[in-house]
Design a binder for this molecule. Structure first.
Ligand code: ZN
Length: 405
């Protein structure tokens, strides 16, 4: 299931997830990023330089935005435009239908507009058709607009595998006016997804002596600090300068960190927990970044339980306070899974602990029973460390100092 026909001549996801792949090929950032307000008119000239027959991929809601904001300037450039919805999901079956649509339209350019799944679908379609791709995020919920990676799901929304792409998007259009119309919940989710960069990168690459990995991990720490400092103010004033800084953090900086760090520095347990949760039907009403935010707490809890890592315990307390301030989920109940059965919990944990899962980048072995215990104890108090406020400070300065595996 992890190797697939969308992946010609590239390291497969198994290789990437075990860290065997080298950084010989780097896909750091989009070739060009245009950001600002009301940029689609200006940007239509840039789009026209990339192709004359674009196929626009989006979700139902975002194709409506595309009709209003994107089509008129593109029509002025005299482009031949077709549109297609990626729904029900960025799945193999839907990607095949989109490929047929691209062939029928004789598309020479793919434009993705929407959230993470719409952009993942557009990028993977362009990768497969060997066409240039433009990404237009309509929320700050993920860094998918930036990265050379697409997730593939079933039609029902269960994560199946991810695909490293040949290159990052050719053009990224970050229009703050469009993003400001998205529900506030999406930028919260983006904050959760972007925070994970630090907690995952510091575990998978915190001891690396490679220049680019050191840079990626340090940038992830900077990203976390920006989010801890600015998110509360940003959420109070969507569209404000501080809100734009947080959008830049979640969409652009998070993406560039992923590109700089490459496959070795991407995801660990927080995203593995997300992938496990997507296997449960009842988890489908929550966003990627909301599950990942919860997954960070589970990862810290594992480090605390299995390694006795006190810095992880302190970091978890710090995040619990932050999550309650900005309303990110910290328990299964917050994710709408308060009535989860033992069988469902095991199903999610077993998927997250499967052989090729990124959870195995943790510096210790994890079995499903341990993960299940961590998943139900994300908010447990840390009595022993309660008085030691300086532990949070120590973590701020130095990151996690892991014991040798
Ligand atoms: Zn993510």
């Amino acid at each position: 299931m992890t190797t697939n026909r969308f992946l010609p001549n590239l390291p497969n996801s198994t290789e990437a997830s075990t860290g065997i792949a080298t950084l010989a090929t780097m896909t750091v950032a989009p070739t060009k990023i245009i950001r600002g307000t009301q940029i689609l008119t200006v940007a239509s000239e840039e789009i026209a330089r990339l192709g004359q027959r674009p196929l626009i991929v989006g979700g139902e809601r975002t194709l409506t935005i595309a009709q209003e904001a994107l089509l008129p300037p593109l029509q002025q450039q005299k482009l031949e435009i077709a549109t297609i919805s990626y729904s029900p999901d960025c799945s193999e079956a839907r990607l095949e239908a989109m490929r047929q649509a691209a062939l029928a339209h004789r598309a020479d350019l793919i434009i993705g507009i929407g959230g993470g799944k719409a952009l993942d679908a557009a990028k993977l379609l362009a990768h497969w058709c060997r066409l240039p791709v433009v990404t237009i995020p309509t929320s700050g919920a993920t860094c998918a607009a930036c990265t050379a990676l697409s997730n593939v799901y079933t039609d029902a929304g269960a994560f199946v595998y991810d695909v490293p792409l040949r290159r990052c998007p050719d053009l990224l259009l970050l229009d703050y006016d469009i993003i400001a119309t998205a529900p506030l919940r999406t930028i919260r989710a983006g904050i959760g997804d972007a925070l994970a960069k630090w907690y995952e990168a510091s575990v998978s690459s915190g001891h690396s002596e490679q220049t680019l990995l050191i840079a990626a991990v340090q940038q992830a720490r900077v990203l976390r600090d920006i989010l801890l400092q600015k998110s509360v103010a940003a959420l109070k004033q969507p569209g404000s300068p501080v809100w734009r800084e947080v959008v830049d953090a979640t969409v652009l900086l998070a993406g560039v960190i992923g590109g700089l760090g490459g496959a070795q520095c991407r995801t660990v347990a927080a995203h593995a927990v997300h992938n496990g949760l997507t296997q449960l039907h009842n988890s489908r009403n929550t966003l990627h970044g909301e599950k990942v935010a919860y997954g960070i707490l589970v990862q810290l809890r594992l480090e605390e339980m299995i390694q006795g890592n006190q810095l992880a315990a302190a970091a978890r307390q710090q995040l619990l306070k932050f999550y309650s301030e900005i309303e990110l989920p910290s328990t299964l109940a917050h994710l709408g899974l308060g009535n989860i059965t033992l069988g469902e919990l095991r199903q999610a944990a077993e998927f997250a602990c499967s052989n090729t899962s990124d959870i195995h980048r943790l510096p210790f072995k994890v079995v499903p029973e341990q993960l299940m215990a961590a998943m139900v104890s994300t908010t447990v108090p840390v009595e022993a460390y309660r008085q030691t406020g300086e532990l949070v400070g120590a973590n701020e300065e130095s990151g996690f100092k892991k014991k040798s595996p």
